[in-house]
Each structure stands twice: as C-alpha cells, then as structure tokens.
Design a protein around this ligand. Structure first.
Ligand code: ADP
Ligand code: MG
Length: 289
C-alpha cells in the first residue's frame, strides 16, 4: 500500500505540473545534488525567431531568396529551428518552391533539392566536420543560434535565430542553489549560446555542442564525481542519458520515448516544477521518518 503522506504528495504534485511515473524516482528526489538541464523548451521558451539573414557571394542575391530556399526544406521538419524559419517566411509572404529528396541529417540539419539546387541547412559543427570555411562575416553573438545554408555544398548564407529565456528559469535555479543543488546546462547548440544562457541564469556550468551519443557520457562523468544527478530532456536523442541519470525528468511537450524512459514528467515544461518536486520529496519523506 502507498502510505497516505505519499499519496497526498503525489496528488499535490499533479496540481503542480508533475507526473510521477515511478515512486522510487520521487522518493530519491530528495537526494539530488545536481540538475542537468536541456536548453530549448525547458530553460528557454523553445520559440525561435529569426534575428538575422545574411547572404554570402552572388547567389542567392537577397534575404528573401535565402529564407525562401531554407523555408522550403524546413517545411518538412518539426524542429523548433524549422518552426522559426517558417514563421519568418510567412511574415514575408513568400511562396515556397517544391522540394525533392528531403532528408534529415540527425542532430546536424536537413537536406533536399529545390529549384535544381542541392540545399542543406546545417550546424556550425557540420561545417567544421566537412572542412568548410566559416563565412568571414559570421560571428555568433549572445543568445543566437546560427544555421548555415549550403547550396551545392558551398556556404550561401546563414540564418541567426533567437530564443528567449523563460521568465521562471532564473528563480528556479536560484532556489536550487539555496538548497545546495547545482544546475548544469547540456546542449547540442553552440558554445556562445550555452555560455550566455548559463551566465544569465547563474548556473554552475555548461556542456555545449554535445552530440546525441555524448550526452550519456556527460551524465556518467558527473556521477563519477559523486553527484546524484537529475536530468531533463525532451528528444529521442535524450533517452539513453535520461536512463543513465539517477532521476530522468521528461519535458511534457517532448517525444514519447523520452516520457517512457523518465521517472518523472514535467507536464508544463516549467523548470520551477523541478523545485516543487525536490521540496515535495523532502517534505513527504521527512514526515515518514
Ligand atoms: P539539442 O541537443 O540542443 O536538442 P538538436 O540535436 O535538436 O539539439 O540539434 C543540434 C543542432 O543541429 C542544432 O543546433 C542545429 O544547428 C542543427 N539542426 C537540427 N535540426 C535542424 C533543422 N531542422 N534545421 C536546421 N538545423 C538543424
Ligand atoms: Mg533537443
């Protein structure tokens, strides 16, 4: 039987945006020493807005041409970056060309053929991996996520996107701190954004440009330093690391696989609910002892 205090706390938790799938995870929440956060959609709103469109060389000759080609490919993707590019296309009232041979390059970008051109939209990491020069006027600043448009495998421009930090995030991290719990950012996004978000939120550190298979290793590293680790994640990519963490916390809007793997689900994707989880956990099990 479930003790009454636990049952009460569990239903209280439901009111606070927490779905507890595994009672051991709830019970262990009071032992957390580090929370590893994903960035997009948890600490930030997950709503990208295009902040700059820059063309390089002759073709395409203007911003509209570049964002049209990018939009044509992104119409096939559900990534938050794709959603941001599509809303820019709509703002500009542009009609999208037809795309053939669309494919996603997992964790790196998308590719396809539009108007006879081979188009790719990729991460800075993809350029490095393929020995392509970063454009001279490229510099990622502050909160910008930057993706590059390649035409026939040559850089033709880039699109910078900004995602706002959630208003609740700073408070959540400060409260964790007050409870002697560290917070660490883990993201596949570039170093500048990771550093900026982690500094603005006064986090204890960050891991940037982390490839899907490296996430699990980062969790293990922390555990080897005797940290009791909770991790938030939303993607299919995150599932192995969520399983490795002492407590896996899936973000509500994410993939089913993440939710299946995790012991706890944050229904509203709100980082403050992690604080609720830990405080409820402590209060509940204190009463039982
Ligand atoms: P994270 O680990 O932070 O959740 P993802 O694995 O979703 O990151 O993506 C890593 C990087 O791959 C993005 O920052 C972006 O540069 C690139 N990328 C992924 N999907 C797309 C897409 N649909 N369009 C453009 N770039 C993409
Ligand atoms: Mg992700």
């Amino acid at each position: 039987a479930v003790p009454l205090v636990v049952a009460k706390s569990t239903s209280l938790s439901a009111q606070h945006g927490l779905l507890i799938k595994n009672r051991t995870a709830f019970e262990n929440s009071r032992r957390i020493t580090s929370v590893v956060f994903d960035k997009t959609g948890t600490l930030t709103k997950g709503k990208f807005e295009v902040s700059r469109i820059v063309t390089i060389g002759e073709q395409p000759s203007n911003e509209d041409e570049l964002i049209r080609l990018a939009g044509a490919l992104e119409a096939n993707s559900k990534h938050p970056i794709a959603t941001g590019i599509i809303s820019e296309v709509k703002k500009r009232n542009l009609a999208l060309p037809h795309v053939e041979d669309f494919k996603a390059i997992t964790g790196k970008g998308v590719a396809g053929v539009a108007e006879g051109k081979h188009v790719k939209i990729v991460s800075p990491g993809y350029l490095k991996e393929n020995n392509l020069q970063l454009p001279p006027d490229y510099s990622a600043t502050g909160n910008e996520t930057v993706v590059f448009v390649l035409i026939n495998d040559q850089p033709a421009g880039f699109v910078a996107l900004a995602d706002a930090i959630r208003p609740e995030s700073a408070d959540a991290i400060a409260t964790l701190h007050d409870n002697n719990i560290k917070s660490i950012l883990l993201t596949g996004d570039n170093k500048q954004v990771a550093e900026s978000v982690s500094t603005q939120l006064k986090m204890d550190g960050f891991f940037a440009e982390v490839l899907p298979h490296e996430k699990l290793e980062k969790i293990k590293e922390l555990q080897q330093k005797n940290e009791f680790v909770a991790m938030t994640g939303d993607g299919v990519n995150d599932a192995p690391a969520l399983a490795q963490a002492d407590i896996g916390i899936a973000v509500g809007s994410g993939s089913d696989i993440a939710a299946e793997t995790a012991g706890i689900v944050l229904v509203n994707s709100n980082p403050k609910d992690i604080v609720n989880l830990i405080l409820f956990g402590k209060a509940t099990y204190r009463k039982m002892i």
